[in-house]
Design a protein around this ligand. Structure first.
Ligand code: CU
Length: 162
């Protein structure tokens, strides 16, 4: 009995440590998307969209699609290290898992919504309406603000070098 209590105490501590995402408030029973930013203004054929997704629901979900006007093809990507080289690739099944109670951040050099083959120009400060599709939560309309990229992000540099 005593061992069981110790075990569950450890579990509580671990859970508490994992729970505090930057955006924090896992809003009551909701899937919350924040800080939607478009890295779309560079004079390059491709771009990326980043955001923070907090799953405040009791069940696992996944981002499975995104529609971005002005982008020919949109895919869900990740960056991975392959033999010391950073590569980007499409998520398996084009699916970014958003586990229950967790915050998943799409950011430079990591998970991202990939805009392949821009069909229009984007300017810094512009608002871009984006439709996200989640496995369970269905579709959600969010607005991305095109931000000054400052510098190229790793995923932009892909295919540029060699
Ligand atoms: Cu990508």
């Amino acid at each position: 009995m005593k061992r069981l209590i110790v075990l569950s105490l450890i579990l509580v501590v671990v859970l508490a440590a994992c729970g505090g995402g930057e955006q924090g408030e896992a809003a009551g029973g909701k899937l919350v998307v924040e800080n939607v930013m478009g890295n779309l203004s560079l004079p390059m054929p491709n771009g990326a969209v980043y955001m923070t997704i907090t799953n405040g629901t009791g069940s696992d979900d996944a981002l499975i699609d995104a529609a971005v006007p002005g982008c020919g093809t949109v895919e869900l990507h990740e960056m991975v290290m392959v033999d010391d080289v950073m590569e980007m690739r499409q998520m398996e099944g084009n699916r970014i898992p958003i586990p229950a109670g967790e915050t998943v951040t799409l950011q430079r050099g990591g998970l991202h919504v990939m805009c392949i083959g821009k069909t229009s120009d984007f300017t810094v400060g512009q608002s871009v309406p984006i439709t996200l599709t989640f496995e369970n939560a269905g579709t959600m309309e969010v607005t991305a603000i095109v931000t000054d990229p400052g510098e190229m992000s790793p995923e932009m540099e892909m295919g540029e070098g060699d």
